[in-house]
Design a protein around this ligand. Structure first.
Ligand code: M6R
Length: 364
């Protein structure tokens, strides 16, 4: 049941601190500050690549995972949407791990990609929320997300739980591959254990976000920009908004702006910039300057340090607490979900069951 929430989506957004904490407890031993023995039963030291695929929001989770695996574990990740992956006939090495991400475990294209990799003799690992699903049954290794049933068609808590698993696996891989030492593992585990606390703080921004959403519900187009791990978040923000509010939105890597989309910027174009104060911040701010110079209306999502460092005129600034770099994508997912949610509420759409969409896409 929805309890005292208006929609399942709202309920599921609010459940995130709790379900992320359940998910993390499966992978992390908080008292020892290590990855829990047996929770990642893949020898990451023996594989030379990850071939990943998924659809929609699960694909964006995988895309963030790529940054983590490559940065923390120096493990290259090829990732593609499953509808392309399944027909691409990409050369696969037996030393690769095939990795799939799915809430339902039934998505037709993802399942077909999984079966293709199995036929090629690869070991199959799947991050999945429904433990009894077809994908879970057909995988060699199941990495569960403990999000509980997700009812809203727009994925929220499944996404942040997928990210929590991917971050944990990247740390596990880094440890096995010797790219991080014990002290670094303990530090990362400590940072991951803080996600629920930061997520609760992010939820407190709800009223401000509701106000901003009133403005957003008046526009026809929205651009989302981000760099590094905030780039997939920009894609996810745009997907979430179009999916439930039917407002046209696009996500771009901030550096791509000048290669085309900047032509769209005028006074009527809101640009949502996702920019924690991280190693990409300065670059993203310089892209924002280009938007501001053309009259674009900036909605900046940043942290306290970022808000202090930026001198730009924004229409709105959403200020999150300063977070460790690894957990930022998980925390920034929350304001993005709330923006889409409240905008859709103002538009009066059917938030939990948007038109033309199904919760689980079991046909090609
Ligand atoms: O069940 P799955 O995670 O495999 O589903 C994948 C996509 O269909 C799903 O994430 C879709 O994009 C959501 N409606 C996004 O909110």
């Amino acid at each position: 049941s929805k309890g005292n929430h208006r929609h399942f989506m709202e309920k599921e957004i609010h459940e995130q601190p709790e379900v992320i904490s359940h998910t993390l407890a499966y992978y992390l031993d908080f008292s020892k500050g290590t990855i829990r023995a047996g929770s990642a039963p893949v020898d990451f030291a023996k594989i030379d690549r990850i071939a990943a695929s998924a659809c929609g929001t699960a694909y964006y989770a995988g895309l963030v995972g790529k940054y983590w695996f490559e940065h923390i574990a120096r493990l290259p990740v090829d990732i593609d949407v499953a509808s392309e992956f399944r027909y691409r006939e990409m050369p696969l090495s037996k030393d690769s791990l095939a990795l799939f991400v799915s809430q339902s475990g039934e998505t037709a294209d993802t399942l077909a990609s999984l079966r293709y990799c199995k036929q090629q003799g690869l070991s199959i690992g799947t991050i999945v929320n429904v433990r009894e699903s077809t994908m879970a049954r057909e995988s060699n290794t199941v990495f569960p997300t403990l999000a509980g049933p997700e009812v809203g068609v727009a994925s929220t808590k499944a996404f942040t739980c997928q990210l929590s698993v991917l971050a944990s696996l990247a740390v596990a891989a880094g440890k096995m591959r010797g790219t991080i030492n014990e002290e670094e593992e303990r530090q990362l585990v400590r940072e991951l254990s803080e996600i629920p606390r930061y997520a609760n703080q992010a939820l407190r921004l709800e009223e401000q976000i509701e106000t901003i959403s009133r403005d957003l519900s008046q526009v026809k187009h929205v651009l989302y920009l981000g760099r590094g791990t905030s780039f997939p978040l920009a894609l996810e923000g745009a997907l979430k908004l179009k999916e439930i509010s039917y407002i046209h939105a696009e996500g771009y890597a901030a550096g791509e702006l000048k290669h085309g989309p900047i032509a769209l910027i005028d006074e009527s174009m809101p640009v949502i910039v996702i920019a924690p104060y991280d190693r990409w911040f300065e670059k993203t701010v310089s892209n924002m300057q280009e938007v501001a110079a053309r009259g674009g209306k900036i909605i900046l999502i940043t942290d306290e340090k970022g808000a202090a460092a930026s001198t730009l005129k924004t229409m709105h600034t959403i200020v999150l607490p300063n977070t460790p770099e690894i957990i930022a994508p998980i925390i920034y997912a929350l304001p993005i979900q709330m923006l889409a949610y409240y905008t859709a509420v103002f538009m009066g759409t059917d938030v939990d069951q948007p038109r033309n969409l199904a919760k689980s896409v079991t046909v090609e």
